[in-house]
Design a protein around this ligand. Structure first.
Ligand code: UDP
Length: 328
């Protein structure tokens, strides 16, 4: 396949690119490098461009005879989306629609979309299945759900085959330590705990210790970034014209913030300084996925099911690149 990967220089995108190349696909990365890293992808595969430049996208589609798109490019900070919703609707929805219209012009009708557990909001029943009602509670989740709905319409009207993959908590790094997670600002739990373990931060602050969970801290479902990458390839290879796929991607098991801290301590052999703080606005107490549907229908199976194994890959990356991609 000739695959265009938008946001392919970002965290999850770069892991997908690496896997697609290894499996023999012709991969082109379209990324404005606003969050992506040049060093995360092969230089001769990178096209630096923005999704608000339809002429540029048209050119790329033609030149590289693209027949499928994996769309990662988006803004992903929940808190920021509440402060600046316009930014999220513009980039995550309007720019995605720009891209989709380019694809329609060029008859590219295979599309894999990065969706998110945030489209579900705060469901009461766990685990979250594909039947769970989607009721986002912030503009980020709403923007992703809107794209899912637009895709359903395109699929019906224009016979697009698409997959909407709702990730739970993406974590870890390539086992060989070549690429990993490097966000500015970093807000994700595992890299922050590792940085605290390395002495690069004074402590990890636990956001809330009074949740109705066994140890009072939030429970999340951590899924390895390479397992996510596999799911993208699998759906891409199976998509048929007019087919709509919706899958939740997680491990089906939740870990509390305290359990994740314990995992980092076990893997690194270092004590992590902790500060207990108030809840972070908008955090549901528990989010755990059921990924039975993709396992049954496509045979996807996460390889990393143990939190220590996931943390270990993250630790390898951070240890080798204490300044992230600046060290490459
Ligand atoms: N969290 C925390 N301290 C931090 C960052 C995150 O206690 O400095 C908690 C957060 O409240 C959530 C979990 O860790 O329950 C995972 O947060 P993250 O931001 O990594 O992912 P999210 O679940 O928001 O997608």
């Amino acid at each position: 396949m000739h695959i265009l990967v938008t946001g392919g220089a970002g965290y999850i995108g770069s892991h997908a690119v690496k896997l697609f190349l290894e499996r023999g696909h012709d991969v082109w990365i379209y990324d404005n490098l606003c969050f992506g890293h040049r060093a995360a992808v092969p230089a001769d595969r990178l096209i630096v461009g923005d999704l608000n430049e339809p002429h540029r996208i048209d050119q790329v589609l033609l030149q590289h005879r693209i027949d499928a798109v994996v769309h990662f490019a988006a803004f992903t900070y929940v808190g920021e989306s509440v402060q600046h919703p316009a930014k999220y609707w513009q980039n995550n929805v309007v720019n995605t629609l720009n891209l989709m219209e380019c694809l329609r012009r060029h008859k590219v009708a295979r599309f894999v979309f990065s969706s998110t557990a945030a489209t579900f909001g705060t469901p009461e029943q766990m685990p979250i299945t594909e039947q769970t009602p989607q009721k986002p509670i912030n503009p980020y989740g709403a923007s992703k759900l809107t794209v899912e709905r637009i895709l359903a319409d395109y699929s019906q009207a224009y016979q697009w085959g698409f997959a909407a993959l709702r990730y739970f908590n993406a974590a870890g790094a390539r086992a060989d330590g070549s690429i990993g997670e490097d966000h500015t600002p970093e807000t994700h739990l595992i890299p922050l705990i590792i940085q605290a373990a390395m002495g690069k931060r004074p402590h990890i602050e636990i956001f809330g210790t009074d949740y109705p969970t066994p140890d009072g801290t939030c429970v999340r479902d951590y899924i390895h970034v390479d397992d996510l990458a596999e799911a993208h390839l699998l759906t891409l290879e199976k998509l048929q014209p007019g087919q709509a796929m919706h899958y939740n991607l997680g491990n089906g098991r939740g870990y509390s913030v305290r359990e994740v801290i314990a995992a980092v301590e076990a893997v690194t052999g270092k004590k992590v300084p902790i500060k207990e703080g108030p809840r972070r606005a908008g955090d549901p107490p528990v989010l755990v996925a059921s990924s039975d549907k993709i396992q049954k229908e496509l045979g996807w199976k996460p390889r990393y099911t143990d939190i220590n194994a996931i943390v270990e890959t993250a630790w390898n990356w951070h240890r080798a690149h204490p300044k992230g991609y600046k060290d490459k």
